[in-house]
Structures are given as structure tokens and as C-alpha cells.
Design a binder for this molecule. Structure first.
Ligand code: SAM
Length: 203
């Protein structure tokens, strides 16, 4: 494991998995991600899933034929994902590391950067680093396709990631933005409303 540069750090997340306190974990691929895949994914390509958790989206996408790289900062959800992939005969690249230490050989590697409950897991001071990570990981023309969440409390995670904040995070000289599109009705599984947003890397 690489050294900690993020917050909350690995001890926090390890504790959640040790306690099996996983309120974000739906136990299946989420409906909004299925919508993104159906309407906005390229027909094939390489997908990066940062902060993948137990990785239901990774299994789903690999099953559809995408080349998936799934990453998390702690091991327990990755062990679960590894077992799920093996049980289905799926090849998924699984990285155990802090997303902000993604090696340079992944620069420009991905067609899709899939966001779901990743940004809201990071303290807000890391949001510029998140934008920079997405920019360097995607190919030119690659897309960050995201499900973002709002909450009405300050003390995350999950941190509030409202549309004005998220749309402002992706500068127009680097990205073409589409959205936000609210998800209605609200999922009973989430503390606040969610919306879809899409960002295409320019250049
Ligand atoms: C709220 S959970 C969401 C998991 C998954 N996206 C899902 O929807 O089920 C946040 C995940 O982010 C991981 N995480 C937090 N900070 C991270 C970082 N800097 N790098 C990689 N993973 C991180 C945690 O270990 C946890 O599994």
C-alpha cells in the first residue's frame, strides 16, 4: 500500500468494513449507473472505477465486455470483488491503493471514469486533486460519467456535492460539461437526492 495522502484515510474506511457498516453499499449495481451505461457509455473500452468499494459496478461492466480497472484504498472490499470476479470468470484489474497515487502508466488510459459515491467520500480540499486525477487518467475525448449526491449536513462523509459545486469543478477549457440531470424519484437507499453529470475531456 502507498502512503496516505487522502482524508478520510484508510483507517476510517477499514473501520467501516470491519464493522460491516456500509450504508452506501446497495449489494447490486445501482439504477443510475445502469442508466449511464445504457445511454452514455461507449460500446466498448476501458473503464476506471475509483473508490470502487465491493465493486458491483465493476462486475456488471466486465460482464458487458468492458475492460475494467477498479481501485480502492482498503483491502476488504477488494477481496470481495476479487472473489465475485473469479466466481463469474471475469477479468477485472484490481488496484489496492490511494487513488491519488495512480501510477503514471495509467495516464490517458481510460475511455470512462465512473463516478459513484467517490467524490462525496473525499474531504472537499481534495476536489481539485480529483479533477486532476480524472483529467490525467482519461484519454482525450474520454468521459467522466457520474452519479453525484447531495446531503443536507456538513459533516461527511458523505460530503455534500451539489450541482453548482460539481459543475464548477471542471473548467471549461479542459472539459465539456453536460448536466446536471436530477434522478427522480429519489432513491430510498441514499440520504439525499442524486443527479447525473457528464464531463468530456477536451484536447
Ligand atoms: C462511500 S464508499 C463507496 C464505494 C462504492 N463506490 C460504492 O458505491 O459502493 C467510498 C469508498 O471509497 C474508498 N476510498 C476513500 N478514499 C479513497 C482514496 N483516496 N482512494 C481510493 N479509495 C478510497 C473507501 O475505502 C470506500 O470503499
Amino acid at each position: 500500500m502507498s502512503k496516505q495522502i487522502t482524508c478520510p484515510g484508510p483507517e476510517f474506511w477499514q473501520g467501516k468494513y470491519d464493522e460491516e457498516h456500509l450504508p452506501w453499499d446497495l449489494g447490486r449495481v445501482s439504477g443510475p449507473v445502469e442508466t449511464l451505461v445504457r445511454h452514455h457509455f461507449p460500446p466498448a473500452g476501458r473503464v476506471f472505477i475509483p473508490a470502487c468499494g465491493r465493486g458491483f459496478e465493476a462486475v456488471y461492466l466486465a460482464g458487458l465486455g468492458y475492460r475494467v480497472t477498479a481501485l480502492d484504498i482498503v483491502a476488504p472490499p477488494l477481496d470481495f470483488l476479487r472473489a465475485q470476479a473469479a466466481g463469474r470468470g471475469l477479468e477485472i484489474e484490481i488496484l489496492h491503493r490511494d487513488m491519488f497515487t495512480l501510477p503514471a502508466n495509467y495516464d490517458g488510459a481510460f475511455d470512462v471514469f465512473l463516478e459513484q459515491t467517490c467524490l462525496c467520500a473525499l474531504a472537499p480540499r481534495f476536489y481539485p486533486d480529483y479533477e486532476a486525477l480524472a483529467y490525467r487518467a482519461l484519454k482525450p475525448g474520454g468521459r467522466l460519467l457520474g452519479v453525484f449526491m447531495e446531503v443536507d449536513f456538513d459533516d461527511g462523509p458523505p460530503f455534500n456535492t451539489p450541482p453548482d459545486l460539481v459543475m464548477g469543478l471542471f473548467p471549461p477549457d479542459r472539459w465539456r460539461a453536460e448536466g446536471p440531470e436530477p434522478i427522480v424519484p429519489k432513491s430510498p437507499d441514499r440520504p439525499g437526492p442524486e443527479y447525473l453529470a457528464r464531463f468530456t475531456k477536451l484536447g
